[in-house]
Design a protein around this ligand. Structure first.
Ligand code: IMP
Ligand code: MG
Length: 179
């Protein structure tokens, strides 16, 4: 285990198993449709590869990048799309993916951007949900695990761009981010 990790919160096996279940659920819900899965860079990348391989439907993928002018372990409400989808998405059934919903501000803003673009539908899937930290109304349509208010890293989640490549969700030692 990485030295800066206090505890493994979700090990690789249960994490992947749960993501596969989410894929099966999405496959059922969207039966007969084509799906456009849009991942929010960079955090959603590991979740996205696992999830999309478990979705048995005609599926396209794309990415966006958002900046939220926050620092350290907090994001802010000021969300902008800094890298956009490469194709016209009008009329599509869009499934937005992120690694974690915390205050809810990021996905809330991104969802509004997409609704304004005449898509057929927008739903949200998140790997993790820190429910008790919510500042705006944001109920993901698909959620992998509800987790406590701890700063976690791994499987795409970073602290200062590190730890994304860990194959599990770990709680970062507090001395690492100086809280
Ligand atoms: P929100 O806008 O507050 O919901 O923040 C969502 C974003 O904050 C996520 O996409 C993550 O990039 C980041 N974030 C929130 N909590 C954590 C965490 O525990 N570890 C790593 N990143 C986090
Ligand atoms: Mg992040």
């Amino acid at each position: 285990m990485n030295n800066n990790i206090r505890e493994v919160l979700i090990a690789e096996e249960p994490l992947k198993k749960r993501i596969k279940e989410m894929g099966a659920e999405i496959t059922k819900d969207y039966a007969g449709k084509e799906l456009l899965v849009i991942g929010i860079l960079k955090g959603a990348v590991y979740f996205m590869t696992e999830l999309t391989q478990a979705i048995d439907l005609p599926t396209q993928i794309d990415f966006i990048r958002v900046s939220s002018y926050g620092s350290g372990t907090n994001s802010s409400g000021n969300v902008k799309i800094s890298f956009d989808t490469t194709k016209n998405i009008a009329g599509k059934d869009v499934l937005l993916l992120d690694d974690i919903v915390d205050t809810g501000q990021t996905l809330n803003a991104v969802r509004e951007f997409f609704i304004a673009r005449n898509v057929n539908s927008v739903k949200i899937a998140t790997m993790l949900d820190k429910k008790e930290r919510r500042l705006v109304k944001m109920l993901p349509d698909y959620s992998g695990f509800i987790i406590p208010d701890e700063f976690v890293v791994g499987f795409g989640l970073d602290y200062d761009e590190e730890y994304r490549t860990l194959p599990y969700i770990g709680i970062l030692k507090q001395e690492v981010y100086g809280k």
